[in-house]
Write a protein that binds this ligand. Structure first.
Ligand SMILES: [Zn+2]
Length: 670
């Protein structure tokens, strides 16, 4: 800012505020009530304005990146100077955002400079990933122009922890105590009506009533006030106390929207509140982890990941071996199949709606053509029909009219929104379920686990739907998180460690050290040397539990400790023999909040769900899952197209393969 010639007060004399890393960070999801049409129109206008700014920035960045790429000679001399010239830096991008705002006063009504600065930062992140390689030497592709339906978050500014009453963009006002006091009924129960009361305050900084997210600084002194809806279930109250009791720890709010065909305006809004505190851990979980940290300290475990199952084996220095196989049971498979059928019906309905609204873009099917010819031959009037044939396209497979220019009916949009909502619900339920299983796995097998370093994304190409239905990647990352949490208590390194396939070749060896070659189709391990027989995955998992890493964190330094495994051969034999019967601990099919048949995500904030174990006393309990719980991170990366879920990938029916195959959609980072 030196170039502006503005006089400043010089460097900050106080020590700048810095976050204490030990405090931790946790993100709480707060549902927002947008039933007030005035407030809803304001938040919608904010999203529209922010989208316009973002898109303008994205276009600018893309053009600059292209120019950067097109100047190899200049780049070879001084790449930093080229970036400077093209305005490829965070600051330059922020200034570009301000310029957009100044040039388009209508945007100023709903987008402030602070907000546009954060939008510019988000766009810069994607450009940065394109320009610079990450730790593994990989770079992202050219920054894209995001789509309206992928534009789901408005990043807010962190509050000042040194200056009082300084919190720009989105702020959270009110207090938890005030909220509970305002919504307590005569019997003393915490209840909230379907429509929350509107919130007003003259001085927000003194306001202590029900919680609300506030954004002031809009044009004409308008203020955006969205009442917060808290989960009322008793089990959620400790989570709220943990995050909301101390307002000085509230740090930053990101506004997130998700599509919901049943919400007014078609979108549902949430505030993701970042709180400077450790993520909430229930007393029972903390107690379990502390116990496991002591009990399983000497256990080492191995994981064998497969397309349809995950096998975990562990031993306590060669003794007390345990084996668990996690796979979907009949009930889950049936439910998955039904969901697939439902999804297929919906994909067909979407395709039909698209064809009906864009008849000129499609040809008649052979049968329809025949029918039309017959009518013409009989001298009858041709009838109007929805064409069922292929899309009109050029010789190289590019359609004459791009799909995004298609007219889409309201039925199409509603169905599409339902599909997006269901996909989100399904992945959330899968994550919830994986967490439960991870807790069981770590309790049985300890917190030091080894897994073969395989690329699950590569499997997706050949196994696709089967893999998405089981999602081993989600499971392994859940195990990793749980193991890390237990390891942190134990004071040692916990987690899932990766071992290179090249140095270990777990599926091709026997615990006795002999090489036993198997093709993918061979499901049984039979060693000609030591005569060990057992399930292929079980043997691989057992072998993985004997893997040691010479240098920590380097998968290619992994080696199997055959001396130890040979010593434990008798124990291994016993384990494999007992596990050939049905003694595997399966993926239990308990009805939980996420698997309960009535647990439908999306239609309302609270719904009825069966409560396991208490069926006689409490047949059904109201649970508000949507707005309970926490989010893993508030700032999802803005990558545009990439944010597709497995369910979405399968619906890309009727699309030309020109636009690429359905992408490898496992987004886990395990
Ligand atoms: Zn052997």
């Amino acid at each position: 800012m030196a170039s502006s010639g503005k006089r400043t007060r010089g460097p900050n004399k106080q020590t700048p505020w810095a976050r204490n890393a030990d405090d931790g960070v946790s993100v709480l999801r707060l549902a927002l009530d947008t039933s007030d049409p005035l407030q809803r129109s304001r938040i919608e206008a904010m999203f529209e304005g922010a989208y316009a700014v973002t898109r303008a920035l994205q276009r600018g960045v893309r053009d600059a990146c292209r120019a950067y790429k097109a100047a190899p000679h200049e780049r070879a001399l001084d790449p930093a100077a080229v970036r400077e010239r093209l305005g490829l830096s965070r600051t330059a991008l922020e200034h570009r955002a301000y310029a957009h705002l100044d040039a388009a006063p209508h945007l100023r009504r709903f987008v402030t400079k602070a907000l546009s600065m954060h939008l510019a930062d988000a766009v810069w992140t994607s450009a940065e990933r394109h320009l610079f390689a990450d730790g593994s030497g990989k770079r992202h592709g050219m920054p894209r122009i995001g789509r309206w339906f992928d534009f789901t978050r408005l990043p807010g500014r962190a509050r000042s922890h040194t200056k009082d009453k300084k919190w720009e963009t989105f702020r959270l006002h009110g207090s938890l105590a005030g909220h509970r006091a305002a919504y307590t009924d005569r019997d003393g129960a915490f209840v909230q009506p379907r429509t929350l009361r509107p919130v007003h305050a003259k001085d927000w900084w003194r306001y202590q009533g029900p919680l609300a997210v506030v954004f002031s600084g809009l044009a004409n002194n308008a203020t955006l006030v969205l009442p917060v809806r808290l989960p009322t279930a008793p089990s959620n109250q400790p989570i709220l106390d943990h995050h909301l009791a101390d307002p000085s720890r509230w740090h930053r709010i990101t506004l997130v929207r998700s599509r919901d065909p049943h919400a007014d305006g078609g979108w549902r809004y949430e505030a993701h509140l970042m709180v400077l505190t450790q993520p909430y851990v229930s007393p029972s979980t903390a107690e379990r982890r502390a116990r496991m940290a002591i009990e399983t300290a000497d256990r080492s475990a191995g994981i064998d990941v497969n397309v349809s199952n995950v096998t975990v084996a562990s031993h306590d220095t060669g003794a007390a071996m345990a084996l668990t196989r996690i796979e979907r049971d009949a009930g889950q498979r049936e439910r998955a199949w039904k969901q697939k059928q439902r999804e297929r019906r919906r994909a067909r309905a979407l395709d039909r709606a698209r064809r009906a609204a864009n008849r000129a873009q499609y040809q008649l099917s052979k049968r329809q053509e025949q029918h039309a010819r017959r009518l013409a031959a009989a001298g009858r009037r041709p009838i109007e029909m929805i064409p069922k044939g292929p899309r009109n396209e050029r010789g190289d497979g590019v359609p004459f009219q791009s799909y995004r220019r298609d007219a889409l009916s309201s039925t199409y949009r509603r169905t599409r929104a339902e599909q997006a909502r269901d996909a989100q619900a399904a992945s959330r339920a899968r994550r919830d379920h994986a967490r439960t299983i991870a807790a069981e796995v770590v309790a049985t097998h300890g917190y030091q686990l080894v897994v073969e370093d395989v690329s699950i994304a590569a499997w997706a190409a050949s196994w696709g739907a089967a893999l998405a239905a089981f999602s081993p990647g989600t499971l392994v990352s859940a195990i990793d998180r749980e193991a890390r949490a237990v390891g942190a208590i134990a004071g040692g390194a916990g987690g899932v460690v990766r071992a290179s396939t090249r140095t270990t070749a777990l599926s091709q060896h026997c615990p006795c050290g002999a090489r036993v070659s198997k093709s993918l189709a061979d499901r049984v391990h039979q060693c000609p040397v030591c005569k060990l027989t057992g399930d292929r995955d079980a043997v691989a998992a057992v072998l993985a539990s004997f893997v040691t890493l010479v240098t920590h964190g380097n998968p290619s330094s992994a080696q199997v400790d055959y001396a130890a495994s040979v010593d434990a051969l008798r124990e291994i034999r016993r384990l494999l023999r007992s596990s050939t019967s049905s003694s595997y601990d399966g993926w239990q099919d308990t009805l939980s909040e996420s698997t309960g048949r009535s647990a439908r995500d999306g239609s309302s904030f609270a719904w009825m769900t069966p409560t396991p174990g208490t069926r006689e006393l409490l047949p059904r309990a109201a649970v508000a899952r949507r707005n309970a719980g926490t989010a893993r991170c508030s700032t999802r990366d803005e990558t545009g197209f990439g944010q597709t879920t497995s369910e979405r990938a399968t619906m890309r029916t009727g699309m030309s393969p020109r636009y690429g195959p359905t992408r490898a959609y496992l987004r886990d980072n395990s």
